[in-house]
Design a protein around this ligand. Structure first.
Ligand SMILES: N[C@@H](CCC(=O)N[C@@H](CS)C(=O)NCC(=O)O)C(=O)O
Length: 254
């Protein structure tokens, strides 16, 4: 099977969700990471909308992470959703995390790091062309302003997002109270994969499928945010899922 092309913003947690699913299901792919703003030229050229991930395959373009997981699940029958009640629950939970967790962990982390141009440029840099990196660096201030406006990244937004993300963490911790090892019971599903990927910005798991800065190199407010999220049953689940279930299969821009 020829390798598929996965267009990404490297550190994006929705891209991580797709990357993890493809890797887990052994679907060969080559990642083509871009920097913010320039990414949309590539997603549109590929026939997608503005957002990443976009997966180009011999049977069409998939421009939503859930569609990519469903494709993986079809290729390795039931590998991500299982069947029956497990399937229903894993789909519902995936949608819940996509809508109620992903946007909030992203906004919270951007709030903490966007002032650090070097850190952010470095975060997006692996695998992108020199020209793209340079244009991101040069255009950083206006691009940051667009990101702040587009995602309403300010203190008020960050405080609201922290509360929303913590509420999801509380729900997840409550689900685990009966001792189950996975969100739908006794097997790993798309629900676990989605939770761990979308929680990753506030958990910073060492096994994340894209290089992240070490916790100790981040500012004190971001460090205490991460410690707070890690210090819960849900946080421990995300860390364990990364440790035990995330295979490091990464192919960038070859
Ligand atoms: N529902 C989409 C959401 C993807 C999404 O929000 N992607 C963000 C990156 S984390 C993005 O592309 N942002 C850039 C933009 O909106 O232009 C999915 O699951 O694929």
């Amino acid at each position: 099977m020829p390798a598929y092309r996965l267009i990404t913003l490297g550190p994006s947690h929705y891209c991580e969700k797709a990357r993890w699913a493809l890797s887990r299901c052994r679907v060969p792919f080559v990642e083509e990471p871009h920097v913010p703003l320039i990414h949309s030229v590539h997603t549109r050229k590929a026939g997608g909308a503005r957002t990443v991930p976009v997966l180009l395959t011999d049977s069409g373009t998939f421009s939503d992470s859930t569609d990519i997981l469903e494709l993986c699940d079809r290729q390795v029958s039931g590998a991500l959703y299982g069947s029956g009640e497990t399937r229903r629950q894993s789909r519902d939970l995936e949608e819940y995390f996509d809508e109620k967790l992903g946007p909030h962990t992203r906004r919270l982390v951007y709030f903490h790091i966007l002032d650090d141009r070097q850190l952010v440029v470095g975060l997006f840099a692996p695998g992108v062309s020199r020209a793209e990196r340079a244009s991101f660096e040069l255009g950083y201030l206006p691009i940051r302003a667009l990101m702040r406006k587009g995602m309403k990244i300010d203190r008020e937004g960050a405080d609201r997002s922290r509360e929303r993300a913590l509420a999801v963490f509380r729900d997840v911790s409550a689900r685990l109270a009966d001792g189950r090892r996975y969100l739908t019971g006794d097997r790993f599903t798309a629900a676990d994969l989605t939770f761990a990927s979308l929680a990753a910005p506030v958990i910073l798991p060492p096994e994340y499928g894209w290089p992240l800065p070490p916790l100790a190199s981040l500012g004190p407010a971001m460090q205490s945010e991460v410690r707070h999220f890690r210090d819960s049953a849900a946080g421990e689940l995300a860390l364990r899922l990364y440790r035990e279930e995330r295979a490091q299969v990464l192919a960038v821009g070859s």
